[in-house]
Write a protein that binds this ligand. Structure first.
Ligand SMILES: C[S@@+](CC[C@H](N)C(=O)[O-])C[C@H]1O[C@@H](n2cnc3c(N)ncnc32)[C@H](O)[C@@H]1O
Length: 312
């Protein structure tokens, strides 16, 4: 049987055995990573949360009325702490919605379930802990659906993966169903880069927690101080990337894999991509689907956008 831990071990082995080393950003969110991400969302540099919150606070009512006309399952992919989602859900009639947050972090699902019930009494909440890539097929049903995908989560995929993901979602949707998606827009390096490399080192700690997680869960012996966080952003392509850089030549043993992994000085482990978008990129991503862009909302500074994609 493949357990979550053995899947993590398998992905670590694949990623650290490659010529260009990589680890999936999906593994950031253990209990410690989840707490660090909440701190990131409160950082002044991490403009994404404030911009999306502004959109939901300003247009929540309009967005909700553009999205609902009958009983609907509201499925949120990678729900996180739900603080922004609350701003949208409060505009719905709770008798006609079933809120189904999905998150890979058990802590996030536990917290969002209790918090939503406290914030929005009367709301039906049915949280599920799991990997949304693996759960898409199970979402197929005759129920009317609204799929929420906030926080520019899509940006953690490259454009091919994003197209495949959206095409997969399109297949489980019925005519009239919608996706409400939040996407970060392409903008200057001076604004984007600090969001992935803040002064207080919270994003660094979040990234390096991947090494700590391997120490905790896979009995690895990474010496964290011998690695550092490294972030880049190219405005032309609109892509931010995070890496873990080895400060020295070193070898790490991972007991769960009974394997040594060597790192040379300055060698990079790619850990995250954060794609920024414009309308052309978005249109290309949805071009092979029957989804139509019906509404677009942006914040005052035009840093972030939320879109309604409706299946026709
Ligand atoms: C960048 S945070 C965004 C959280 C929230 N959507 C927001 O906008 O504030 C990403 C969230 O997605 C979850 N996540 C990441 N990869 C996932 C996956 N493959 N399946 C399910 N949840 C995932 C993480 O645990 C985390 O809560």
């Amino acid at each position: 049987m493949i357990t979550e831990k053995s899947l993590f071990a398998k992905h670590v082995d694949e990623g650290l055995s490659s010529t260009k080393k990589h680890l999936s950003s999906m593994y950031f969110y253990d209990t410690k990573g989840e707490l660090l991400f909440r701190k990131i969302m409160n950082l002044q540099e991490y403009y994404l949360t404030d911009c999306e919150m502004e959109i939901l606070r300003t247009h929540g009512n309009e967005i909700a009325s553009s999205l609902q006309n009958e009983y609907v399952d509201i499925i949120e992919l990678g729900a996180g702490d739900g603080i922004k989602t609350k701003e949208l859900l409060k505009h719905f009639d709770f008798n006609t919605i079933n809120y189904r947050p999905i998150d890979i972090s058990e802590q996030a699902i536990r917290d969002i379930t209790s918090k939503m019930k406290e914030w929005l009494p009367g709301l039906n909440v049915n949280g599920i802990c799991g990997d949304y890539f693996q759960m898409i097929s199970s979402l197929k049903s005759s129920n009317k659906k609204l799929i929420l995908f906030l926080g520019s989560n899509l940006g953690n995929m490259n454009d091919n993966q994003a197209s495949n993901f959206i095409e997969h979602l399109d297949k489980v949707m019925n005519v009239g169903d919608s996706i409400f998606i939040g996407l970060d827009l392409i903008k200057a390096k001076e604004i984007v880069l600090p969001a992935y490399n803040d002064d207080r080192g919270i994003t660094a700690a979040f990234n390096l927690n991947l090494l700590e997680r391997m120490n905790r869960e896979l009995n690895a012996n990474f010496i964290i101080d011998q690695f550092q966080h490294y972030a880049t952003y190219t405005e032309k392509e609109g892509i931010a990337k995070s890496y873990i850089k080895s400060k020295v030549n070193q070898t790490v043993y991972i007991k769960a894999l009974e394997q040594n992994y060597s790192f040379s000085e300055n060698e990079l482990i790619h850990t995250e991509v954060s794609r920024k978008y414009d309308l052309d990129i978005i249109r290309k991503i949805i071009e092979n689907t029957s989804l139509k862009l019906t509404h677009q909302f942006t914040d005052n500074k035009q840093y972030f956008t939320n879109l309604v994609l409706k299946k026709s």
